[in-house]
Design a protein around this ligand. Structure first.
Ligand code: ATP
Length: 509
């Protein structure tokens, strides 16, 4: 996998992600999506939206406002409980999330396990059985037990709000500040992550509001409106994509953790008592969605939560192997009836459903799937970027994006800028642009133009040459194999449709 710095600079150089307000030297941990980035992001969002809303007759979408009535956040528990434990290093004056310091420490032990596994795999060759090795090798078993014990204690201390013990744990593990190397820590404190703002012109009539820290609450408060106007029958889901804001203690790792980010969430309303089955089902469906993009099964794993949020009776993350290790990409949460019941209590309005099969009224239970769009962007982008050594000894930079997500699907290149080749190339653009995002490029030698499209992730290049004028054929070059085949212009739409139509990707879920 490519070095992280390389990923960030490639994202900038090829117009995917820019630092925000760069002419003023940027704003820490805030980013803008550029001309290619916005297309990749939109394609990811569409891929999610189609798989959720278009392909499920019992899931509908909404787009709620970012501002919500402030009582929403009392009911949801965010005013009281949306905190992260923070700790400062007195020497470097750097601030950290205490739980992340401990988790990173475990990550280092995990890296040792991976090293042992790699060593053993080399030693035993084909007869190597990874599962057996991990379960029986004393050193690996010892490492794993240590990780489990640390995470269990962290989970329990956070659950009990025993922040002194979280600090004890950091001290016992002798965790040092990555910046200063010192172990001179402050006490651990809770820090609320919501951004406050004001609505209204005059100081005395202004209302204190929060920028929403998750999109989910916009769905809960609209539950009855959607159920009634859409005549929805349980089980049914409401999906939404949109911005969320969190005043993260440490926003870092590029677009992995930002203070302004976008979520893609779906709340699935179900009868009480059926949450276990639906939770398992959505875990699998969501994993299948990720796998359909072809980025390798070995790069995903589930992480079941020890510490549950105040609203959940089960929760798991789908983790992805980012350049800095396995980290959360998506959360699947069984939220019980916590949110709707709480909104009933705070609003005084009934948020219940009459179930004709059970012949009773109840507050539905909820299973939620929640994936960060920016984090998904980073997963796809970091997996796709690679340096390839070619047979002739040269290297090429390749952005091997899943074709369905690529910002530009096809680039049409006239071999030379004369003899009527640009005109024919433009006719081909006009033929294809209705179905696919199509680029035209006539600058530089054709080899350099191929390299540029490889680095942009364009799955196909079509080259128009002199023979094209005679027999109406072109060459079609495949980004990954670099194979070129001669093909009649008339056959292009059908062939490209087979490779690029979103339907053929979604069918794999
Ligand atoms: P983390 O443990 O990384 O802080 P979380 O468990 O608080 O994340 P959720 O509240 O479950 O995250 O949010 C659902 C998804 O939203 C996450 O899986 C992640 O993809 C995304 N997400 C959450 N916080 C951020 C952020 N600050 N920047 C970018 N994406 C985020």
């Amino acid at each position: 996998m490519t070095d992280f710095k390389k990923i960030i600079s490639h994202a900038k150089e090829y117009g995917f992600v820019f630092p925000s307000s760069e002419i003023y030297d940027g704003l820490s941990a805030v980013y803008d999506y550029a001309q290619n980035g916005v297309a990749l992001k939109k394609n990811i969002r569409d891929y999610w939206w189609k798989s959720m809303v278009q392909l499920h007759s019992n899931i509908v979408g909404i787009d709620a406002a970012i501002f919500m009535h402030p009582t929403t956040w009392k009911a949801s528990g965010h005013v009281d409980a949306f905190n992260d434990p923070l700790i400062d290093n007195k020497d470097s004056k750097k601030r950290y999330r205490a739980d992340v310091l401990v988790e990173d420490y475990c990550g280092k032990i995990e890296a040792k396990i991976e090293k042992e596994v790699a060593k053993a795999a080399k030693r035993f060759g084909d007869s190597f059985d990874k599962e057996q090795f991990v379960a029986t090798n004393p050193r690996v078993v010892g490492y794993q037990e240590k990780i489990n014990a640390i995470l269990k204690r962290l989970g329990q201390s956070l659950e009990k709000e025993d922040l002194a013990d979280v600090k004890n744990l950091i001290e016992e593990l002798e965790i040092a500040c990555p910046e200063s190397g010192s172990r001179n820590w402050t006490d651990v404190k809770q820090f609320n992550l919501m951004f406050g703002t004001k609505l209204g012109a005059s100081a005395d009539s202004a209302m204190d509001l929060y920028l929403r820290p998750e999109t989910a609450q916009g769905i809960f408060v609209n539950f009855l409106n959607v159920q009634k106007t859409g005549r929805m029958k349980i089980p049914f889901g409401i999906a939404q994509t949109g911005k969320a804001f969190r005043n993260e203690i440490v926003a870092r790792q590029f677009i992995f953790r930002m203070r302004e980010f976008e979520q893609m969430e779906m709340q699935f309303f179900i009868p009480p008592g059926t949450q276990k089955e639906w939770y398992e089902q959505w875990k699998q469906t969501r994993l299948n969605w990720h796998l359909s993009l072809g980025m390798g099964q070995e790069n995903y794993r589930f992480h079941d939560h020890e510490k549950l949020a105040h609203y959940a009776d089960a929760a798991a993350d789908i983790e992805f192997k980012f350049p800095f290790g396995f980290k959360e990409l998506e959360g699947i949460h069984s939220r019980t009836d916590f949110d709707l019941s709480s909104h009933e209590e705070f609003s005084g309005k009934k948020l219940q459903y009459f179930d004709p099969e059970r012949n009773e009224n109840y507050v539905p239970y909820v299973v939620e799937t929640s994936v960060g769009l920016d984090r998904m962007f980073l997963a796809v982008f970091s997996w796709a970027l690679r340096e390839e050594s070619l047979e002739d000894g040269s290297t090429r930079t390749l952005l091997k994006l899943p074709a369905v997500l690529a910002p530009t699907k096809v680039a049409v290149l006239p071999l030379v800028k004369k003899d009527g080749l640009p005109e024919l190339a433009n006719q081909i653009v006009d033929l294809l642009k209705w179905e696919h995002t199509t680029a035209y490029d006539e600058k530089d030698a054709v080899g350099r133009r191929y390299r540029r499209q490889d680095a942009l992730g364009t799955p196909f290049c079509i080259t128009v040459d002199h023979q094209s004028l005679e027999d109406k054929s072109v060459t079609l070059r495949d980004r990954d194999s670099m194979q070129q085949e001669r093909i009649a212009i008339a056959h292009l739409p059908k062939l490209l449709d087979e490779k690029l139509n979103i339907k053929n990707w979604l069918k794999k879920i």
